[in-house]
Write a new protein. Structure first.
Length: 123
C-alpha cells in the first residue's frame, strides 16, 4: 500500500466532492464522474450508490487505475476493494461528513453500496 502525503490526504479528504476518471483498457481516461469522498484515518474512500452494478464502479474494474481531482489535488490512483473490516469506519466517515444531507446519505450506507467501497491509493 502506498501512503498519501499529508497535504494531498487533507486536501482530498476535506473536499465536498471528488472527480474520478477510471482508465480504459487502452490507458485512456473515461469522462469524470463526481462523487462524495471520505477520509477514514489515513485512507480515502468512495462508494457507488448503485453498488457494484453502478456504471462508474464498473469502469474501475478494467484496470483498477485512474485519476482523481479534489481539494486542489490531482492524483493518479489505484482502486482497491475495501474489506468488510473497513466498512464501519467508512460508514462513520460518511455520516460525519455528509450527515446533514439526511435523506441522501443513507443511500451510501446500504449493503449494496458497502460492497462497492473502494480505497484510493496514490501511484
Amino acid at each position: 500500500m502506498t501512503a498519501w502525503n499529508g497535504t494531498d490526504l487533507s486536501g482530498i479528504g476535506a473536499a465536498e466532492e471528488l472527480d474520478l476518471e477510471s482508465e480504459r483498457s487502452d490507458g485512456s481516461l473515461r469522462a469524470p464522474v463526481t462523487l462524495w469522498v471520505v477520509r477514514a484515518g489515513d485512507r480515502l474512500y468512495v462508494r457507488s450508490v448503485k453498488g457494484v452494478d453502478g456504471p462508474w464502479y464498473q469502469g474501475t474494474r478494467t484496470r483498477h487505475r485512474g485519476r482523481v481531482t479534489a481539494g486542489g489535488v490531482r492524483a493518479d490512483v489505484t482502486f482497491h476493494d475495501a474489506g468488510p473490516g473497513e466498512y464501519a469506519d467508512v460508514d462513520a466517515a460518511y455520516r460525519a461528513k455528509y450527515g446533514h444531507y439526511t435523506s441522501i446519505v443513507e443511500h451510501v450506507l446500504t449493503d449494496a453500496a458497502r460492497a462497492s467501497t473502494l480505497r484510493l491509493e496514490p501511484r
